[in-house]
Design a protein around this ligand. Sequence first.
Ligand code: DX5
Ligand code: ZN
Length: 236
Amino acid sequence: MSDRRPAAVLIAASILDSDLGALGDEVRRAEAAGVDRIHLDVMDGHFVPNITFGWKTIEALRRVTDLPFDAHLMISEPGRWTEQFLGAGCDSITFHVEVDAGQILPALRRIREAGRSAGLSVKPKTPLTALDAYRDLLDIVLVMTVEPGFGGQSFMDDVAEAKLGPARGWLDPAGACEVQVDGGGRSETAGVIGRGGTDVIVSGSALYRAGDMAAEVGRIRAVATAARAATLVQPG
Ligand code: DX5
Ligand code: ZN
């Protein structure tokens, strides 16, 4: 079975821990540092104990770069606001499988119908089996390796070990669907993430607090890509 994934693991910059007073410049800084995507953490103060920004901010940032926008909706009613995030120019919209179930299928279908990538995220304590009913509608599975709500938290190795490889194998080994990791992504954790066969690593505080952001992007990508490649050659 041919592997359709990009040769290198992709890096998505989470702007949550950037200088919020200069968001446009912070997006440009990440682009100049070589990231592949911008990861947008939307929080409603209800699904998680924090409030960040909404589609109006995303719409404004859409003018700053052509990089793909991955929206990560940590909100209780993703189905109610899907149109606004589509209208703001998100290339993918991922929300949490832990929301009220009735809104999940219609929202995934609407996102795909609009020609964007649809994703579901699982909190650390949520088993992957919670995604079973939605498997055929998923372009992205976002595995949380921290409790959602804040940047700069410690990476949960046990969650990564337990979920990443199985997610890759369960979804589709050939890789039509992306496995993304979010929370504590940095060069020190890139090895375990790569070994899990991950496609996209979200990184926030490690990038925006780095002395040299481009160097940290390069390290994360190199370590994760090498670790993933090492797992791919073993089956023979
Ligand atoms: C947390 C967010 C993450 C976070 C990542 O709820 O979903 O995207 O900003 O930041 P770091 O890399 O600092 O954990
Ligand atoms: Zn996120």
